[in-house]
Design a protein around this ligand. Structure first.
Ligand code: NAP
Length: 469
């Protein structure tokens, strides 16, 4: 066989950084392509699945079932999982390019958007992302202590994460018990002093970022009533016009109108949705005591886009805790182009672009770090397919430099650096242990929540390709 022929059948070697939905869909599409491909998935945590494990609310087990598709992808020949490996700490971006034809960044949006108001950093003012990571057992967030002794909690934002946080705060012990919420979070939430949870939307009810099934769930809670002031549902002309072509907003409004007619039934907690109010300051002497809000008017631009414009009218809402749920934000990785304003990697169909708009050879992105923190899990499938198709186009055009190192060189390098790589079999050991602990309590799993526990459970795993070991 000549040198040229050998090159043709050499598999395309790709590193996928991040093991959430975007990373797995990218790996799946690559491994199903009609060119032979090897995928090494690098993940900072010892566990895969990203927000499916650590973001999706524990009382939404059906949404988490998507992990079965990821398990099937992990069984495909050519797949390896390298958990507990952080790019930028254990291995540099430039080193990855030496080991692979291409690198696909799929590490999501790891931070939260700021509101930029005084008092935002007072103790008791939390990013919703911190609370979500905590109740889901993220090992970096278990030291946090949420003081839920106050009677009122305020959740800022009108998206699905705000609804998740409000709903989790409202769940009863009986509702939490069959979930994989951490035991510490079940105790804190079930035993909390919170009686009222107020959700603040800065625009109107027709501009909510939440989806209808999630909104409906607020009306079906065992331990909490739901309330909306009918005056908050009166629509201005621009919202009325926008509604005509927006079926999600129409359905949301129907649900909200139902809520506005309800009388409290005496459940121990109440979730109150408010609209056209923006926090301007968080007050408190050493910790959160109240949120000051301004009432907004809605103004439409020539394209019909409705924005909130503050009036002079203000109100102070006393509360013991604030969850800022105004969106996630992507973080840069040294050496890779980053758009600070959007919190994403500048890209053309997944091909990362430099400051002059030229593709950076071999570097791709998918998921939230590509398009921003929007869309549901399934959105990442189309997104990852686009990125992988772009990569395959470049591969067949000869635009990807062959790796300078062999298939096992990265593992050898990591071993030399003392990195305790968790292979897929290591994750399977964690998974089996968690599911076993869960089965004893009729729960899907009881998560291991500390780095020590996770790494101990994974120990002895092997990173051979094929993942069936
Ligand atoms: P999101 O959908 O972008 O919602 C963010 C909310 O914050 C919007 O209501 C936004 O209002 C508001 N906001 C932004 N800046 C603000 C400010 N300075 N002051 C007050 N409000 C502000 O983000 P998310 O809730 O974090 O969700 C992220 C993605 O994950 C979304 O696509 C979501 O659907 C998805 N998700 C889905 C599920 C599910 O399917 N069950 C669960 C969780 C998350 P404006 O609209 O006025 O900007």
């Amino acid at each position: 066989m000549g040198e040229g022929e050998r090159e043709l059948i050499e598999p395309l070697r790709v590193a996928v950084v991040g093991s959430g939905p975007a990373g797995f869909y990218a790996a799946g599409h690559l491994l199903a392509a009609d060119v032979p491909a090897h995928v090494d998935m690098l993940e900072r945590l010892p566990t895969p699945w990203g927000l499916v494990r650590l973001g999706v609310a524990p009382d939404h087990p059906k949404i988490k079932d998507v992990s079965r598709a990821f398990e099937r992808i992990a069984q495909r020949p050519g797949f390896r999982f390298f958990g507990n490996v952080e790019v930028g700490r254990d291995v540099e971006h430039a080193e990855l390019l030496d080991h692979y034809h291409a690198v696909i960044y799929a590490f999501g949006a790891q931070s939260d958007r700021r509101m930029g108001i005084p008092g935002e950093d007072l103790p008791g003012s939390w990013a919703a992302t911190e609370f979500v990571a905590w109740y889901n057992g993220h090992p970096d967030f278990q030291e946090l202590t949420f003081d839920l002794s106050g009677e009122r909690a305020v959740v800022v934002g009108a998206g699905n994460v705000a609804l998740d946080v409000a709903r989790m705060l409202a769940l009863t012990r009986e509702e939490l018990a069959p979930t994989d919420t951490t035991d510490a979070a079940i105790e804190a939430i079930a035993g909390s002093g919170v009686r009222e949870i107020v959700i603040l939307g800065r625009r109107g009810p027709a501009q909510g970022a939440f989806t209808t099934p999630e909104l409906k769930e607020l009306g079906e809670l065992a331990g909490a009533d739901v309330a909306v002031d009918p005056a908050d549902l009166e629509l201005d002309a621009a919202s009325e016009a926008a509604l005509a072509s927006d079926t999600i907003a129409q359905r949301n409004l129907e649900v909200l109108r139902d809520y506005a007619q309800r009388e409290p039934t005496g459940k121990p907690r109440i979730v109150r949705l408010r609209f056209r109010v923006s926090p301007v300051e968080i007050h408190g002497d050493g910790r959160v005591e109240a949120v000051e809000v301004v009432r907004n008017e809605l103004v439409a631009d020539e394209r019909g886009r409705v924005s909130a414009v503050p009036t002079e009218e203000r109100e102070v809402i006393p509360c013991g805790v604030v969850f800022r749920s105004v969106g996630y934000r992507g973080l840069p990785l040294p050496g890779i182009p980053f758009d600070e304003a959007r919190g994403t990697m500048p890209n053309d169909r997944g091909r990362v672009l430099d400051a002059d708009g030229r593709p950076v050879p071999g570097v791709y992105c998918t998921g939230w770090i590509k398009r921003g923190p929007t869309g549901v899990i399934g959105t990442n499938k189309k997104d990852a397919t686009e990125t992988v198709d772009t990569l395959l186009e470049d591969a067949s055009a000869g635009a990807l430099a062959p790796p300078a190192r062999d298939d096992d060189a990265l593992l050898a390098l990591l071993a030399e650096r003392g990195v305790d790589v968790v292979a897929y079999s290591g994750w399977e050991a964690i998974d089996a242990l968690e599911r076993g602990r869960g089965a004893e309590q009729s729960r899907p799993r009881v998560k291991l929540c500390t780095w020590d526990e996770l790494l101990a459970a994974a120990r002895g795993s092997s990173a051979r390709r094929g993942a069936t070991v």
